[in-house]
Design a protein around this ligand. Structure first.
Ligand SMILES: Cc1ncc(COP(=O)(O)O)c(C=O)c1O
Length: 406
């Protein structure tokens, strides 16, 4: 992969050549992967003292005991063998019940495929759908890993950016639809969005699905932040407006809602025709999701609402704190995120988000994520994850203010 440190000194052509000379045995696509500025900044901050890390998408609370206890018990009970490729029937049923309880939707267990993380769910979906030459139309700003995952399939990506109007991120459906061509196989969308917090409304979801249905193309929706909402119980989902047999894959994860980022468990909801195909891809990928962790996942689904509510209460007041503090600084603009735990902001006169992120590491000892990680149009922005204690967040904001309000 290209690194940012090298880019100023070398042309892309030089880099490709030198990469190929030094690593001729790898697939060409690996030499062509675009740089990941977020990961680069993490490496840049690595080893520096007293860093407050708000650059990654997770809170600082560990997984609650009641979830861990279920896994400890599963281990004691010898649940250490291979399991079914698409997850245990018990967990798939449990997810089906969860959709009934929380989403008021009937999703039969056969349409739920458990995976070894939301990331894996995305890779399996892309591997099932895309070939070289296919095109993905992606709504951006978007989590960089999803763009990287598409690059690995050798499909191309066309980015359609949300518009920033009156301090709000907004989707222009006409712009999205006119980006679709004969080569488009998939519309990729993250809602609620990392990094902007933008959340598609039901009418937008319906319009996108109607459009895709008419053209026989897939909608791939990443809804891992679907429960991280500050108004109501969950965000609108494509599943609310979908028919059972729509070409729709919805990716989800245990990571964000129940502080389980290190567990690597997620799931996909798809049409029945996808079950065998995703199973084939998953078989040759991970064989099956980890067996004992699935017991923790069931515990999270069945008894995790209180924990999630407490987390959301903290993040809600943290969000308000960030918005208030940035407003008071006077030179920062950002939208008010109705969902997720991210503030995506821009500092007046600071157009080089990588330089500013580096300065914040060097001068404030705060690690954030540069906007250029999230798509072509997101340059200049910076993402801050506020899912930490209020004390830590306040300290980070004090430090940031000292640098950007000098
Ligand atoms: C949009 C989005 N999808 C997926 C993931 C990763 O989920 P998981 O931890 O289950 O791989 C993230 C993590 O930040 C994300 O932002």
């Amino acid at each position: 992969m290209k690194t940012l440190q090298n880019i100023p000194q070398m042309s892309t052509q030089d880099m490709n050549n030198s990469d190929q000379d030094s690593e001729p045995k790898f697939r060409p696509v690996l030499h062509a992967l675009t740089a990941n500025p977020g990961a680069e900044m993490m490496r840049y901050a690595d080893g520096k003292k007293d860093i407050i890390t708000l650059g990654q998408g997770e809170g600082d609370a560990p997984t609650p005991d009641f979830i861990c206890d279920a896994v400890a018990q599963a281990l004691k009970d010898g649940k250490t063998f291979y399991g079914p490729v698409l997850g245990s029937n018990e967990l798939r049923e449990c997810l089906s019940d969860y959709y009934q309880r929380i989403y008021d939707l009937e999703i039969p267990a056969e349409r739920v495929f458990v995976t070894s993380s939301g990331s894996t769910a995305m890779h399996l979906s892309l591997a099932a759908l895309l070939d070289k030459g296919d095109e993905v139309v992606a709504i951006t700003p978007i989590w960089k890993n999803l763009l990287g995952a598409v690059e690995l399939t050798q499909a191309s990506t066309k980015q359609v950016s949300l518009d920033y109007i009156d301090d709000q991120w907004q989707l222009d459906l006409d712009k999205l639809f006119s980006a679709v061509t004969e080569a488009t196989k998939v519309i990729l969308i993250v809602t609620p969005s990392n990094p902007t917090g933008w959340t598609a409304r039901l009418d937008e979801l319906r319009a996108i699905l109607d459009f895709a249905r008419e053209r026989g193309i897939w909608v791939l929706s990443d809804e891992v932040y679907g429960r991280l909402v500050y108004d109501g119980v969950r965000a609108p989902s494509f599943l609310d407006v979908a028919r059972e047999d729509d070409l729709l894959l919805v990716v989800n994860s245990f990571s964000k809602s129940w502080a389980m980022t290190g567990w690597r468990l997620g799931w996909i909801v798809g049409p029945r025709i996808a079950e065998d195909k995703i199973r084939d891809v998953a078989l040759y990928n991970k064989l099956c999701p980890p067996t004992f962790t699935q017991y923790g996942a069931m515990e999270a689904l069945e008894n995790g609402e209180e924990f999630l509510k407490d987390q959301l209460a903290l993040w809600h007041s943290n969000r308000d704190l960030v918005v208030e503090r940035f407003k008071a600084m006077g030179n920062v603009s950002m939208s008010y995120p109705a969902s997720t735990f991210y503030a995506f902001f821009k500092v007046d006169g600071e157009d080089d988000c990588i330089a500013l992120t580096k300065r914040l590491i060097d001068e404030a000892s705060v690690l954030l994520s540069p906007g250029s990680a999230f798509g072509k149009e997101a340059k200049g922005y910076i993402r801050l994850c506020f899912a930490v204690s209020e004390k830590r967040l306040t300290e980070a904001l004090d430090r940031i203010e000292r640098v950007i309000c000098k």
